[in-house]
Design a protein around this ligand. Structure first.
Ligand SMILES: Cc1ncc(COP(=O)(O)O)c(C=O)c1O
Length: 446
């Protein structure tokens, strides 16, 4: 879609951005001398990312002192916003007792109990340091229990950065092959050449193809791992339930990725969709802003990690797994996530996407706003969003321009405008302000 005119608009928006943020540019140029890319990959956008000085409630302040309403909330993790007093207090209390003591401190069991109490399918749970580790260990358990090596995952499903799950996590459309039997495409260089052989790639939203592919490959498969793409692609509850049933019917473990979880209700995405996974992977919110992962589920599977009566042949550990500060922050965070808190967050998510979709319809803009609870995305497309391929065809250049125009308006979203999130201190006025700002940003970006 980018033509001479839209290229000029992008250049103007980027030039305005540079003028407003010289200190961020300076810091980026310094960082890139020793850090390839200047920042972690997910932070980068053209021409360079903002450097933030601090956060408070639902606001971020960049190094120039400019304020933004934060609608990204650290890849959805900061559900309470920034510096929530309950989290700060819990961290401080633990810090004075000791940061890392080389032994259990008790809070990890409290957080574990709290999660198992909230989520019906969780009999047992273990902590690790990232969502990546959580899906790695869940898949390892599934392979160990079944004695089979292959996994089934969805095209465009994201589960972190270990080899098998990076097959077809964001494949280029010229490599994907048939829509009903997608090719397994490695998403990063340096992966094991065998990774692609170990993955059966399933298309979202296509029951017939999922059933056919799973049935065809069932003898080699250990599990189906499912990222619902909550707040990114509209997901039919019946489809999520169908995937769970297909796993059960074919004697495969059903692993639900709830790493963008605890964002729609007390019992998580599985309660919302009405499914009972065998294992579930967690991250983000349950660390209260610190690095975290967790995986859990059926006692008979998870107890394979209980080596207290001798080796079971299974193992999971990690120097900083169940780190005391993370556990304290995570527990304090979950305690704030009451039914009232979810009602507030979900209400804002629904209000935002309803307002945006009304704006798009009224102004004849080819765009769609999607939310699952307080996670939301804005996609520039006239197509129905049914699977990875329709998501991949959305107008990313337009999203970039609107992102920059929104920064100028004082709103910070994820730079692709996908997988944004609302935090608890956010109010109706912020959401209504964003809707109006999106209207103006689109006008500026056309
Ligand atoms: C659905 C999903 N699964 C897994 C992950 C990986 O988690 P982490 O970045 O903590 O490794 C992410 C991260 O964004 C995610 O969104």
């Amino acid at each position: 879609m980018a033509n001479g005119t839209t290229k000029d608009v992008t250049a103007t928006l980027e030039e305005d951005y540079r003028t407003r943020t010289p200190r961020s540019q300076e810091l980026f140029e310094r960082a890139r001398k020793t850090m390839p890319g200047g920042a972690k990959g997910a932070y980068f956008h053209q021409p360079y990312p903002l450097t933030m000085a601090r956060g408070e409630g639902c606001y971020l302040y960049d190094v120039e002192g400019q304020r933004y309403v934060d609608f990204a909330n650290h890849h959805t993790a900061q559900v309470l916003g920034h510096n929530h007093p309950a989290v700060i207090d819990a961290i401080q209390q633990q810090m004075v007792k000791g940061i890392a003591l080389g032994a259990p401190v008790g809070i990890e069991a409290e957080l574990c109990e709290e999660m198992c109490r909230r989520v019906a399918s969780l009999d047992r749970l273990r902590f690790c340091n990232s969502g990546t580790e959580a899906t790695l260990h869940a898949i390892r358990l599934a392979r160990g229990v079944s004695g089979r090596a292959k996994i089934a995952k969805f095209e465009g499903g994201y589960h972190g950065s270990h080899d098998v799950v990076e097959i077809s996590s964001a494949p280029s459309l010229d490599k994907v092959g048939s829509e009903t039997a997608p090719n397994p495409v490695p998403s990063a260089g340096g992966m094991s050449p065998h990774a692609a052989e170990e993955v059966i790639v399933l298309p979202y939203n296509d029951e017939a193809s999922v059933e056919r592919l799973v049935t065809q490959h069932r003898d080699g498969l250990a599990c189906i791992i499912f990222d619902t793409k909550a707040g990114i692609v509209p997901q039919r509850k019946e489809f999520v339930q169908f995937v769970g049933e297909i796993a059960r019917k074919n004697d495969l473990l059903f692993i639900l990725d709830e790493i963008v979880g605890f964002r729609v209700g007390t019992g998580g995405l599985q309660e919302y969709y009405g499914v009972t996974p065998d294992l579930t992977a967690y991250g983000k919110v349950v660390g209260g802003g610190f690095p975290v992962g967790a995986f859990g589920g059926r006692a008979d599977i998870m107890d394979l990690l209980d080596g207290t009566r001798g080796s079971t042949g299974f193992f999971q550990s990690g120097t900083f797994s169940a780190h005391p500060i993370t556990m304290a922050a995570g527990l304090a965070t979950l305690k704030q996530l009451t039914p009232d808190a979810f009602a507030h967050l979900n209400g804002l998510g629904d209000r935002l996407t309803a307002g945006l979709n009304e704006l798009f319809a009224g102004e004849n803009i080819a765009a769609k706003a999607v939310n699952t609870g307080s996670v939301f995305s804005i996609h520039f497309t006239s197509e129905d969003l049914v699977n990875y391929r329709s998501l991949a065809r959305t107008d990313k250049e337009m999203a970039h321009r609107v992102f920059l125009a929104l920064l100028a308006e004082g709103y910070f979203l994820s730079h692709g405008l996908s997988m944004n999130a609302i935090s608890l201190p956010t109010e109706t006025s912020h959401v209504d302000g964003l809707i109006e700002a999106v209207g103006r940003a689109i006008k500026e970006s056309q």
